[in-house]
Design a protein around this ligand. Sequence first.
Ligand SMILES: C[S@@+](CC[C@H](N)C(=O)[O-])C[C@H]1O[C@@H](n2cnc3c(N)ncnc32)[C@H](O)[C@@H]1O
Length: 463
Amino acid sequence: MLQAPNDHSLLNDAPMAKPGENRQCNEAYPVDTSTELRALFDLYATTGNSIEVSFRKMVPWLKVGERATHYLHPYPAKLLPHIAHFFLASEALCSNEGTVLDPFGGTGTVALETVLSGRIAAYSDTNPLARAIAKTKVTPIDIEIIQPKIEALHTRFLRSRSKNPPNVINIRKWYSDSIISQLSRLKAAIEGELDDDYRHFFLISFSATARKVSIADPRLSVPVQQEFSPTELKEKEKVWARFSEQLSNNISRAKNFKNLLSSSPHIIDAGVDARSILRELGGHLDENSVELIITSPPYAGAQKYIRASSLSLGWLGFAGEGELKPLENKTIGREHLLKSVVDSAVKTSVPEANEVISRIRKINPARAAICAVYLNEMEASIIQMTRVLKAGGYAVIVIGNNHVCGEAFLSSEYISSIFNSLGLRTKLKLIDEIKSRGLMTKRNKTASMITREWVLVFQKSFN
Ligand SMILES: C[S@@+](CC[C@H](N)C(=O)[O-])C[C@H]1O[C@@H](n2cnc3c(N)ncnc32)[C@H](O)[C@@H]1O
């Protein structure tokens, strides 16, 4: 059963680790968190109760807002960098040279914090937009040579006669003809940049701009049309100006990233599916090769990563009209299932989850199937995480619970059961308040807003 959170606010007053204690500190990681981490582990070992914390307060030296390249491009349900930072700012869970895997890597929040900590980052995600953002975030670029490249890009943009926009779903619903034409010319101009790293940097800034100049509501993750004033619409028409603003902000971020970096980033591209974690040279990532996993998996039935990314996926040429569905089908937590799957009354390996799912089935069989398929697919990914984790290695899972058809669907509990059944022991359960992970649309009436996140730490046994 889920334990009622006790008031352990004393932890926020626990003696703060001093700069330079234990771990080799650098500018990106100025404080060692080992003392606080140990205090939390000890408290959980003594009480067995979930502990309420605030990661923002536990990592006060990390300001909410800009840090390195974390905010290069928007994306739904990004992980709070403080959470990754807190666990990486100590050698308690991972040595300074260890590999840290994020199988649901999204835009690379964990990968970025990992390389800033000087360790090796392994990363996978199904969404090609997320992978492109993550790659750009962890690739340092030389700011000194970007200015002439921008000037050349501007000249190519002004001269471009490119007329054919890429395959962007419902393109005319989101843009005026003039904006479509300007974006198409800008995309063609960026393609003329021959250096991969700079081209990708420009493309990510372009993708963020393409969303901003659309008439999609910026407060919602999935595109939903919004009314804009004539002045606002006029501003959107100035595509190069909007792109320049985005680029200039991203250049500041890239500068900050380079300043914080103490060694060359080492990244392992672990593929596109958390249920099949790969190594770059082919084959699966080796057993016992990862010291630490930090990941925030999708939630059950509340994810719209592909729909949320649809404009960017089209503009960047990853997936257009007719090509989004196959991508969505690979996404865990998706909302659309075949009727035959719904009809088959899918069961999971977690008895408590099956009880809740059978109650949901009486109200809405499709929602019940979404929950069951979600948990089974999460189990497949947990089996992979367990396989690649070293003996004694840790997995930090950030997950939320939600309500489905009025029933509490306690993903944190079911996921804990799955880890435990695979032989990993629960070492810590933390609860962090979150405002909103921006997952929902106004139209989603069946799911409630998620306001708390569980941060669960499991350890693989030594034998
Ligand atoms: C909560 S988000 C992770 C956000 C990330 N921590 C960040 O800060 O950007 C969950 C991610 O899981 C990805 N995902 C869903 N199904 C997946 C699968 N089968 N394999 C790998 N990634 C998957 C989604 O595309 C999404 O990017």
